[in-house]
Design a protein around this ligand. Structure first.
Ligand code: GLU
Length: 498
């Protein structure tokens, strides 16, 4: 039976979704689409201390903005609902009970003071304390207490956790699709808590139970979860689910722009670049900038993120979501960390801005102008900016006459020929009815020809008179957008003051 591929993105709503999380979501989505599988969204919110209001909505909006579609899960529903772990407590309790019944897990009643004392004791002897096969026999748990004592404690409502009884000597071996074989010995793993004293599961238990029940075939997640994977394998084994255990793929870290060490929020602050897809306003008042608000197009972010850890093995750099789906494969994901180079993101943004139609940019970013004018403005600046909002800024500047003139251009280009030519050109404009870039250009050419002055001698001076500087986009189109009155006024002013 060929199995349908089922992947999941399983974020915890502990704050805004970090860009590394977005990449994880993207790779899961690409694999699902490539193999005709299903993409699930599960919210892992069993850690009440770390829950942040608004984080789930933020995750959903981010995925939606980027076009990472969810087939099953929070916000969509599906056959394995609920997909929010906080609504699945009864399920985890049932599975923890199963492990207790089978002697694969046990109750532990040690208080945090007792465990702290243990830790200090170990440290004073130069070793580190682990709750494991060696120490569990000396601690307060259902392996050392009598059944009656345990029952009495439970009946009295004494706080407890449920721990996995990690086997003392077992070889754990699994094949990570990116890192190849991983070997770990069970003696290096402590008896992890599966159920906390608040009655909620830990990440490990909930994650494994859900991946099993939701029939996940591939667990694709960040490298920071690699150390948890051997424990997860032990859990699958304890439940008797090892035969249908998902395949693991741990994605490479995102590294600092210089390439040394993990990308941090501080790197982003120093570099002035975002590490979150959308701007974030936390309930406690903290704020963070987002790619969307900074003017990065969604096409940019998708393409940029896809290349942070993956490459197609060809020279091609521009990939739409569709093209990524076709080209993507887990085999081409790198083992080594990916340098977060914001310059590359800017480069992508310039490319995608140019690929956008004038109409769509005008409609999205230049709503302050009537559509005809908005289109012309887009045409004027699209090729010259990195972010769409720079078009708006440039547009605003276009409608303000220059206050001063670039002295170097004045010295080099503002000569008698230029003045004579510009004065005559101004007169000719007065009677020009069709104030289009083409007509303006013809008028200029005719005027200069009749005076015997070469176009090249006047162009920069004319630009100086109209804009105050010596370089910029298509001057004829600029004049058309500024309009006849505006242009004549600017030429007058230049002729009088320079
Ligand atoms: N809830 C975990 C996270 O926040 C999920 C890790 C996993 O994919 O297993 O990243």
């Amino acid at each position: 039976m060929s199995q349908q591929v089922r992947v999941r993105f399983a974020p915890s709503p502990t704050g805004p979704l970090h860009i590394g999380g977005v990449r994880t979501a993207l790779y899961n989505y690409l694999l699902a689409r490539k193999l005709g599988g299903k993409m699930l969204l599960r919210i892992e919110d069993t850690d009440q201390n770390r829950f942040v209001q608004g984080a789930e909505e933020y995750i959903l909006s981010s995925l939606q903005w980027l076009g990472i579609e969810i087939d099953e899960g929070v916000g969509v529903g599906g056959p394995h609902a609920p997909y929010r772990q906080s609504e699945r407590s009864a399920i985890y309790q049932q599975y923890a009970q199963q492990l207790l019944n089978e002697g694969k897990a046990y109750y532990a009643f040690d208080t945090s003071e007792e465990l702290d004392a243990m830790r200090q004791n170990f440290e004073s002897q130069g070793s580190a304390f682990q709750y494991n096969a060696l120490t569990r026999t000396r601690l307060k748990n259902s392996l050392t207490l009598s059944a009656e004592e345990v029952q009495a404690k439970l009946a009295a409502g004494e706080p407890y956790v449920i721990r996995l009884k990690v086997p003392a000597k077992e070889e754990i071996r699994f094949k990570d699709l990116i890192r190849d074989w991983v070997h770990v010995h069970s003696s290096t793993i402590d008896d992890k808590v599966l159920m906390k004293s608040d009655g909620l599961p830990t990440y490990h238990l909930a994650n494994v139970v859900d991946d099993h029940l939701m029939e996940i075939t591939h667990v694709i997640r960040g490298e920071e979860w690699l150390p948890s994977a051997p424990l997860h394998v032990l859990l699958y084994r304890a439940f008797g689910w090892e035969a249908t255990m998902p395949q693991f793929a741990h994605l490479p870290l995102l590294l600092k722009p210089e390439g040394n060490g993990k990308l941090s929020k501080r790197d982003a602050e120093l570099g002035g670049f975002p590490v979150f897809p959308l701007a974030w306003n936390a309930p406690d008042g903290t704020k963070a900038i987002g790619f969307r608000e900074e003017g990065y197009l969604k096409e940019t972010l998708i393409n940029f993120l896809a290349f942070l850890g993956w490459n197609p093995g060809t020279e091609q750099e521009m990939f739409s979501m569709e093209a990524l789906v076709t080209a993507f494969s887990l085999e081409k994901i790198n083992k080594s960390g990916a340098k977060f180079d914001i310059q590359k993101a800017k480069w992508y943004n310039e490319q995608y801005l140019r690929l956008r139609s004038d109409e769509s940019l005008a409609a999205e970013f230049l709503t302050a102008y009537e559509s005809d004018k908005a289109l012309k403005i887009v045409r004027l600046f699209k090729e010259r900016v990195t972010f769409p909002q720079q078009i708006t800024t440039e547009a605003q500047a276009l409608f303000v006459a220059p206050e001063s003139y670039d002295a170097a251009v004045v010295a080099a280009k503002w000569n008698d020929d230029a003045k004579k030519g510009i004065a005559a050109f101004k007169e000719a404009l007065v009677s020009l009815d069709d104030f289009s870039a083409d007509a303006i250009k013809h008028t200029l050419a005719d005027t200069l020809t009749s005076l015997g002055i070469k176009m090249g001698k006047v162009m920069q001076a004319l630009r100086l008179a109209v804009t105050g500087v010596g370089a910029g986009p298509d001057l004829m189109l600029m004049m058309e957008i500024i309009g006849k009155e505006g242009v004549i006024a600017r030429l007058d002013k230049a002729l009088q003051t320079l």
